[in-house]
Write a protein of this length. Structure first.
Length: 533
């Protein structure tokens, strides 16, 4: 009954927000302005960081301050470079096919140190920054590079030279570590071991689906067996859990492995279910504030709040609650998701995420977008729209955001936001004056398109990437994915109405995905309505 009530509340809220035709056209037009600004900001970011690349290696530095002389795996490669790749794959084909590829080729050649595993590279030394091999540093950097850098590229592109790079790192990683139980002499802090294992769980679960190779699932199960055992369950045997990043990865990772077991390894699911729920229940019990958002760090045994800051990565953890609620029929988990999301607009506008840094906004908005895609709460939409403007205001006139590796997350979240505002539609070539926006309302898609220059090309519609690129059984919410919005069905016929002119044409879903031809002339805004036949 509680779950039914929640669904009714959402349904009534959505029905009450049904828009008139004119307001839908206006919203599509407004979205076209937002997507234009966002995409151009991403291009400016790529161009700005390209100017700071090392002229010989082509690699970007860790930051533009004290670390300008070196590239490293867990920052430059994991958090910045991948979103230069993704931006250019969408908007900058010349950069994508040249500089982005060259960066990867040089990274493989110059930074691989233990087999294919990368180590920190110094531009001035033209070699490794550290003379001695630090295995702990290489393990940490490799795990971060795969999960935060190469996974999002693979989620978007599917099989590519970047997924090849990830799989070769993963293969050599297994030669030196499976379940990481310590990082000797590590400078990464006490949460690093948990973070690495969480990174591995997320990477392995997705690479199992991506490749179909069961050994990756078995490796993930080895890690999950450790953390979901009676002896090592983190909510019963750890005196601290970090629920923000650099700690929360283990929660999502264990749940991703559990989801895989749900589909293909029911014995493991049965083995893990009790302790997984004990862990999730305890975090809900002592890890949240009165609004349902997670504290940065807690002692799960005593319930003590070690750090009462609010985790900007709340969405990463709520992702797991969302899909576990679904597969295990736990309405309390879904209610926890809705409670947190529905309060953001009232209490968390212009909030001091991560002490006011741009990256805090990027992570918070990303998590909210992921869940809005599944639970489209009207107030959550308003919150995302208000907070993206705050995040964008961090960007400087030269295109740099804050001058560190977190700048990449600005582009990551902006790309996600813009894809929402276009409902996943992208042009086959970009013009800085091109405006494309879309709204899906009452079973039809409304598109607004205009350009201050003459533009002739194709609008390309989205595909079910989770299935066709990643081979996942279901599009569960997960970090480093790119949300699916309007997806035409290949063999379905759609009626497409153009205004002005009131022309109607028919396209198959396959034709929309391959690209709908469009010509724009200066001073004219075209509205396109797409209905299934």
């Amino acid at each position: 009954m509680v779950r039914l009530t929640v669904f009714l509340i959402i349904a009534i809220s959505l029905l009450s927000c049904k828009k008139s035709d004119n307001s839908v056209f206006k919203e599509a037009s407004d979205n076209s302005i937002l997507s234009n600004e966002g995409f151009n900001r991403c291009i400016a970011y790529v161009n700005a960081w390209s100017r700071h690349a090392d002229p010989e290696s082509g690699l970007i530095p860790r930051n533009l301050r004290e670390s300008i002389d070196y590239w490293n795996a867990w920052d430059a490669a994991a958090d910045n470079y991948p979103f230069m790749v993704l931006t250019s794959s969408l908007l900058m084909p010349d950069f994508f096919n040249t500089a982005a590829v060259k960066m990867l080729e040089n990274e493989r050649k110059l930074t691989s140190r233990i087999g294919k595993l990368p180590d920190t590279y110094s531009f001035s030394r033209k070699g490794f920054r550290n003379e001695a091999i630090d295995t702990s540093q290489i393990i940490f950097g490799s795990a971060e590079y795969m999960k935060d850098g190469l996974i999002p590229i693979t989620e978007w592109l599917g099989k590519s030279i970047w997924s090849d790079r990830m799989l070769e790192i993963l293969e050599d990683f297994q030669k030196i570590a499976t379940v990481v139980k310590e990082l000797k002499g590590s400078s990464f802090g006490r949460n690093a071991v948990v973070e690495v294992n969480g990174d591995l769980l997320q990477t392995l679960s997705r690479m199992y689906w991506f490749t179909g190779n069961r050994k990756y699932l078995e490796w993930a199960a080895e890690i999950a067996d450790y953390y979901l055992s009676d002896e090592n369950l983190i909510t019963q045997h750890y005196d601290h859990i970090r629920i923000r990043d650099h700690g929360c990865e283990i929660l999502s990772g264990l749940c991703e492995a559990y989801l895989a077991a749900y589909y293909v390894w029911p014995e493991k699911r049965a083995q893990w279910r009790k302790n997984l729920h004990i862990m999730l229940n305890r975090i809900l019990e002592v890890g949240r504030n009165e609004d349902g958002l997670f504290y940065n760090e807690i002692n799960p045994q005593t319930g003590e709040i070690i750090s009462d800051g609010i985790a900007d990565t709340f969405g990463y953890t709520l992702n797991a609650y969302y899909f576990i609620a679904d597969i295990d029929s736990v309405p309390e988990y879904r209610e926890a998701v809705i409670k947190a999301l529905d309060i953001l607009y009232d209490n968390y506008r212009n909030f001091n995420w991560e002490n006011g840094g741009c990256d805090g906004y990027a992570d918070a908005i990303e998590g909210a977008l992921n869940l809005y895609n599944r639970i489209p709460l009207p107030k959550l939409k308003k919150w995302i729209d208000s907070e993206i403007r705050i995040m964008w205001n961090y960007q400087k006139p030269d295109g740099i955001i804050e001058g560190w590796h977190g700048d990449g997350n600005f582009a990551r979240t902006t790309i996600m936001y813009c894809l929402w505002k276009t409902q996943g539609i992208i042009p086959d070539h970009w013009d800085e004056k091109l405006k494309i926006g879309a709204v899906y309302e009452s079973g039809q898609l409304i598109i607004a398109a205009s350009c201050e220059n003459v533009w002739e090309g194709k609008l390309q519609f989205g595909i079910p990437r989770y299935k066709e690129k990643m081979h996942l059984p279901v599009d569960y919410p997960r970090i480093n994915q790119f949300q699916q919005w309007f997806i035409p069905e290949y063999d379905k016929v759609y009626k497409v109405f153009f205004k002005p002119g009131n022309k109607m044409k028919k396209f198959s879903g396959r034709e929309l995905i391959e690209g709908m031809p469009l010509k724009l002339i200066p001073g004219e805004e075209i509205f396109i309505t797409i209905k299934s036949k």
